[in-house]
Ligand binder design. Structure first.
Ligand code: ZN
Length: 235
């Protein structure tokens, strides 16, 4: 069943957002995407967006529902604030606060605000994003409570009835691979392995069975571990 609602998917070019895009295309008649350039050190993920998007559009009937892609260039605004390993060459470590140094304060809050502004303009009611509380790094802006509070703030501030959807919130990385398979079969899983990007260091040289990456950064570890557990669960 396809809702008449349109959806805007936060599409970074990673495994999670690719799965979210498939999820939205499975449900909504009109789906658009948005990406953000914010000085991320793994800017290669932005180059992965178009081929990944084209690949997903070529699966089944999804191409007919996939509309415009929007790019928001935040320039050096976030990177300029500094102090995070995601926008500089700083080492990726755990901080005293128990957060990885890749945490960019307010990043997802900004992304959702820009996404809602685009959704407002484009007449899209659903905003779909890959935030996940289950086995992620403990980023506070990925919490379900944060998303619910943002939905309220955006609806009040823009006088709309947006619905913020986070289909991955309560599933782990193994189940995210499973969801991709359920939505788009082996072809979608292969596409996500080959064309999506997760590695914080931007490594597109080393190819593993779960895709490209350095194999050692937190994003690679999470992706590899999820893949391993998913494969085991199917064996
Ligand atoms: Zn990596």
């Amino acid at each position: 069943m396809h809702s008449t609602d349109g959806a805007l998917v936060l599409f970074s070019g990673g495994q999670d957002s690719a799965t979210c895009l498939a999820w939205a295309l499975d449900r909504y008649g009109r789906v658009e995407t948005v990406g953000f350039a914010y000085g991320q050190r793994h800017a290669v993920e932005l180059a992965c967006r178009a081929p990944l998007r084209e690949g997903i559009a070529a699966l089944g009937e999804w191409g007919a529902r996939l509309g415009a892609d929007h790019m928001v260039d935040l320039g050096g605004a976030l990177a300029g604030i500094g102090g995070t390993a995601l926008t500089s060459e700083a080492e990726i470590v755990m901080t005293e606060e128990g957060l990885p140094s890749t945490f960019v304060p307010g990043r997802n809050l900004l992304f959702l605000t820009y996404a809602a502004a685009i959704a407002w303009r484009r007449g899209l009611r659903r905003i779909v994003a890959g935030m996940c509380e289950t086995d992620f790094s403990g980023y506070p802006d990925c919490r379900d409570d944060t998303i619910k509070a943002m939905q309220l703030a955006l609806n009040l501030g823009m006088n709309r009835r947006f619905v913020l959807e986070t289909p991955l919130m309560w599933i782990d990385k193994a189940a995210t691979w499973g969801l991709a398979e359920a939505l788009g079969g082996h072809a979608l899983v292969e596409l996500i392995v080959e064309r999506s990007h997760s590695c914080y260091l931007g490594d597109r040289v080393h190819r593993h069975d779960w895709g490209y990456g350095c194999g050692a950064c937190p994003a690679c570890e999470l992706r590899a571990e999820g893949w391993r557990r998913w494969r085991e669960s199917r064996a």
